[in-house]
Design a protein around this ligand. Sequence first.
Ligand code: FES
Ligand code: FES
Length: 277
Amino acid sequence: MVQGRRGVPGPSPTVPHRDGAAGGVTGNIPTPGMPVRPGLNSCGGLCTRRPARPLRPPSAHGGRRRHRKDLQHRRQRLAAANNRPTVARVTPTRLPSHATTSAVQLTINGEPHDVELDHRTSLLDALREHLGLTGTKKGCDHGQCGACTVLCDGRRVNSCLVLAVAAQDTEITTIEGIGSGPGDALHPVQQFFLDRDAYQCGYCTPGQICSAIAVLQEAAGGWPSAVTRRDRAATAGPIDLDPAEVRERMAGNLCRCGAYANIVPAVLDAAAGLAGR
Ligand code: FES
Ligand code: FES
């Protein structure tokens, strides 16, 4: 019901103004005793604005609304999930960890050695790092230089290329086991290396000596090399070594000092000495 025309407030009870009483967010200060209609601003209804509502900070206001919506969405998602068919959850099975080490027994220079080794350990590392037999040298660790040559069942191998676990059932001979017979007499090959001064720094020498011993056995067994005459009968017996044969058969042992000029004669002397026994 209209109480009065604009600009002419009609009679109404005097009530405290909603915003004017608080100092006013509108900036209007009511005049004491001024008749104010309920729901009107402190202007007493002279303006056309809607009655002011208490304000909240906009961020708090918006944040609360967003929070309410989030809660609502979560409830909806939960309800949807509960109505879904149940899918069996697969729990990943923890597989038993495989052992990476083994107890290995190595027979080296006639003595058994029990050692716990990583399966990936090379025979060279087993000798040097686990058993303290450092006479065998590590040069390239890639089968290129022959510094790590040892004998397995009398045959020369690059110990850096042999897994220690694979050498379990073989008789391993290292430089420490050569020339360690009665009275510590040197092996003939060792003696001729000394006599011929067949080394400089000596780093390759243990491998050269092991290799040379195997070369003499291979030649004595009639094993041909790449330079052996092709028309030679396989059953013709031991092969006579000459410088070409020695160079070819020792080609897998590199000498960084270039002592080949004396190594070849030392091996030939050893072959002659062993043949003349
Ligand atoms: S260290 Fe084994 S061949 Fe070089
Ligand atoms: S003597 Fe030095 S590497 Fe052969």
